[in-house]
Write a protein that binds this ligand. Structure first.
Ligand code: PLP
Length: 380
């Protein structure tokens, strides 16, 4: 089955339309929640956006978006960035220097999927922490241990903890407010700053039924994505104190991320923010997808949000077999990754399960067992 052109867009909004069943030759794209196409409402808002020059003296629509996100996150201020990687990098650059180290849960995006920029641009030596508190989660005691500065002049100085909620490579796992707060408090007591990579913080908030601001307690800086589950074509935001944002604006310019009439992009982000609650549908569909796969003999992690991880012996082979059957999948941390998003509905999941049913776990090498593990995360 051939992939359909990526730019296909129907004016009904929701790209191909989550409500309609996929056409017979049309693949069901579950590689990432970043594959969504902008809705009609987003395109209209972009066309009609009030704009200025955000590098010169400000753009009203960008400002509105930044203020809105700062409010949602309980932060004093916020700054738009073109990507989540830049949002994280700005937060890390604002805190790290040569000779410093930073802690992050194993498999974190800042460790594995940002080309090591935390080290070679922000200057901090990464120190991965085990998931002692469950998938994607670290314990306060591990933070305390790792944060201990031995005072020796030749030792790295731990200065920052970077958390991730939801944790992507662990399978979209959610950290609850009290867990987050106690780990953040342990870091602060050890005089570490705390950055929260909340690319999918919206998913965590919806899964827990709490406002996003309940998940940022004790964090100095927070990064969120508008272009994942929320479906904006582009945009992330990094939030923190007013002083942080003032410095972050300089760092963003340094990295080439200052944009002029950015309101055109921010307008889509504002529309995206109206749809946070809709993420519950993605989570339901992920649960249904996982159940259907399990019924068909696949070894599936129970999803907590919109990410379904499948243990397979041959990740590459399974991706190819799925693609052949008309289902596009990705890989992360040596597992098959399927993600639900706003451009797929229950008919897509049903179609995906029917198509995968023809593949079957045994035809791609039975689940489990040793296998070469590609480390490619498709679509972040
Ligand atoms: C996608 C993602 C990012 C940012 O990715 P960009 O592609 O640079 O926008 C950051 N953190 C996590 C956990 C992510 O999944």
């Amino acid at each position: 089955m051939r992939p359909s052109p990526r730019s296909r867009w129907s004016p009904r909004g929701g790209a191909r339309g989550a409500a309609a069943a996929p056409a017979p030759g049309e693949p069901v794209d579950l590689r990432s929640d970043t594959v969504t196409l902008p809705t009609e409402a987003m395109r209209r808002a972009m066309a009609e956006a009030e704009v200025g020059d955000d590098v010169l003296d400000g753009d009203p629509t960008m400002r509105e978006l930044e203020e809105r996100v700062a409010g949602l996150l309980g932060a004093a201020d916020a700054l738009w960035t073109p990507t989540g990687s830049m949002a994280n990098l700005i937060a890390l650059m604002s805190r790290l220097g040569r000779g410093d180290s930073f802690l992050a849960p194993q498999g974190a995006h800042v460790l594995d999927f940002e080309l090591g920029t935390a080290a070679w641009l922000a200057g901090g030596m990464p120190r991965p922490l085990p998931h002692d508190a469950g998938p994607g989660k670290v314990t306060a005691s591990a933070v305390r241990r790792a944060a201990a500065d031995d005072g020796f002049y030749a030792s790295l100085r731990p200065v920052l903890l970077c958390l991730e909620n939801t944790h992507n490579s662990a399978g979209g796992t959610v950290t609850a407010p009290e867990e987050h707060a106690s780990v953040a408090a342990a870091a602060r007591a050890a005089r570490l700053s705390v950055h929260l990579d909340g690319a999918r913080l919206w998913n965590a908030a919806v899964a827990l039924g709490v406002p996003p601001g309940a998940l940022t307690v004790g964090a100095d800086t927070v990064a969120v994505c508008l272009s994942k589950g929320l479906g904006a074509p582009v945009g992330s935001v990094v939030a923190g104190s007013a002083e942080f944002v003032e410095y972050a604006r300089r760092l963003r310019k340094m990295l080439g991320g200052g944009v002029r009439q950015g309101g055109v992009l921010a307008a889509a982000g504002l529309v995206a923010l109206e749809d946070i609650d809709r993420l519950a549908e993605d989570h339901d569909l992920a649960t249904r997808l996982a159940a259907g796969l399990r019924e068909r003999g696949w070894r599936v992690r129970e999803p907590q949000t919109n990410i379904v991880l499948v243990d397979v012996a041959d990740v590459r082979g399974t991706i190819a077999a799925f693609a052949e059957a008309g289902v596009r999948a990705g890989a992360i941390a040596g597992k098959l990754r399927l993600m639900t998003h706003r451009d797929v509905g229950d008919k897509h999941i049903k179609a995906a399960l029917d198509r995968i049913g023809e593949v079957g776990p045994s035809s791609t090498g039975s689940p489990g067992g040793p296998a070469p593990l590609p480390r490619t995360a498709l679509g972040g």
